[in-house]
Design a protein around this ligand. Structure first.
Ligand code: SR1
Ligand code: MG
Length: 421
């Protein structure tokens, strides 16, 4: 049995011998002699292997005892695999079919054997390549509404909710990473940070910007103090896999209880960064306008579908601790419930914009950058794209309560891009 052995990181060469007696592997791939193994992890933390044979394929994901993006000088516990497993089962049940199927979780080896999504690719790569995904906005809007609603007090009873909050409160290491890397590091001269050298002047301005730093700490307070629902916790476009017709959400190891707007804003912020990166990806910007418009439309669809689905769940499924039907519907006052929904959606929206604005700073000025910008080889060109994203991010973070509709955000983003040309 795998679990009786002490933890040891897998290597492509050792994987068949170590996993070759597991029925979860042989049942899908046949005997280990015929397996082909590739390590494909390009995230910041874990090993990811694709294992294929002539009859099937699986993904094997294993946590490392350090942060891969930095190396062994940043030790980490293996606990994140445990939290990812528990998050995967919950999020998968709340929006069935939107996460990969889990075949086996081995806590001792910090290892998961999962469905190999094929022909899917990481959404970031598709956005860099300029690929259109017609159903993506609907899928992601519904996923966000279903998981955030069903993981909250609007759906869960007291006993389940308290047990879950206690369980995920243990994910301290990854929560701590988000607290520092997202909300604090980018706004001071933290040694972990890096930025495109041509942004030096901009960086000085950011770190002296009291209103922006205030917004960062206000959003940090929301993240730390508002245990509203079970979040994915790292809901960026590198945590989404896409094919022409399908969308899957992966990598939930940062799961924690937090404000609903965090997952929504992380995703929207990454879409707006993908928008600003477009000018860096095509020498003559051929087709750039059409693709940029599509990204703005995608962000709008995500939010609009989120609102529609969340409202539907509110009207048809609301129960749990915060159901409140005794006070409204059961007293022939459905308007009261609608007013409560309206207020909650307004709070999620302003939170989402605040988190989006901070995400747009930390991906440019902090430790963990994104391929949308990193793959723009020419420094001045990359810096120009990043400056626009920072300008939009500041507006969103500082003035998050002034944007009443997502169309206003699209106007902001498109206006910054147009003025730069
Ligand atoms: C040390 S981990 C850095 C980042 O990678 C993950 O994907 C999260 O976004 C985290 O902030
Ligand atoms: Mg990840």
């Amino acid at each position: 049995m795998l679990t009786r052995n002490p933890y040891e990181p897998l290597r492509s060469e050792t994987l068949p011998a170590r996993l070759g007696n597991l029925p979860e592997m042989t049942g899908r791939l046949g005997s280990a002699e015929g397996w082909r193994v590739r390590e494909v992890g390009d995230g910041n933390l874990n090993l990811v292997f694709i294992v294929e044979s002539t009859i099937g394929s699986v993904v094997v994901k294993q946590a490392l005892p350090y942060a891969r993006v930095v190396g062994e000088s940043w030790p980490m516990s293996l606990d994140r695999a445990f939290f990812e497993y528990h998050a995967l089962t919950r999020l998968g049940a709340r929006d069935p079919g939107r996460l990969p199927a889990l075949h086996l979780f081995d806590e001792g080896q910090a290892l998961q054997i999962m469905e190999h999504l094929s022909p899917h690719i990481i959404l970031r790569r598709g956005l860099i390549a300029g690929t259109f995904y017609p159903a993506l906005g609907e899928h992601l809007g519904r996923y966000l509404a279903r998981t955030l609603f069903r993981g909250s007090d609007l759906s869960m009873d007291t006993a389940r909710r308290k047990a879950d909050v206690a369980l995920f409160a243990g994910n301290v290491e990854l929560c701590g990473i988000t607290e520092d890397l997202f909300f604090t590091d980018p706004f001071w001269d933290c040694p972990r940070n890096r930025h495109t050298p041509a942004l030096a002047a901009q960086v000085t301005v950011v770190r002296a910007d009291r209103d922006l730093k205030l917004a960062a700490l206000e959003m940090k307070a929301r993240f730390c103090m508002c245990a509203q629902t079970l979040l994915h916790g790292d809901m960026h476009t590198g945590s989404v896999m896409v094919s022409d017709t399908d969308t899957r959400v992966i990598d939930a190891e940062f799961a924690a209880y937090g404000p609903m707007g965090f997952d929504v804003g992380s995703l929207l912020g990454n879409l707006w960064m993908a928008y600003f990166a477009q000018a860096g990806h095509r020498a003559d910007d051929a087709g750039g306008d059409a693709y940029r418009s599509w990204i703005l439309q995608l962000a709008e669809t995500v939010w609009e579908v989120f609102v529609a689905e969340f409202s539907l769940l509110w009207r048809t499924e609301r129960g749990g601790i915060l159901g409140g039907r005794e006070l409204f519907e059961n007293q022939a006052d459905p308007l009261g419930a609608e007013l409560m929904l309206h207020g909650l959606l307004a709070d999620i929206w302003s939170d989402a914009l605040g988190f989006a604005g901070i995400e747009m700073h930390r991906r440019i000025l902090g430790l963990a950058h994104i391929p949308e910008f990193e793959t723009i080889a020419e420094e001045e060109r990359r810096a120009a794209c990043e400056r626009r994203a920072l300008a939009a991010g500041r507006e969103l973070a500082v003035h998050r309560r002034a944007f009443l509709t997502i169309a206003q955000v699209s106007d902001l983003v498109a206006g910054i891009e147009a003025r730069a040309r």
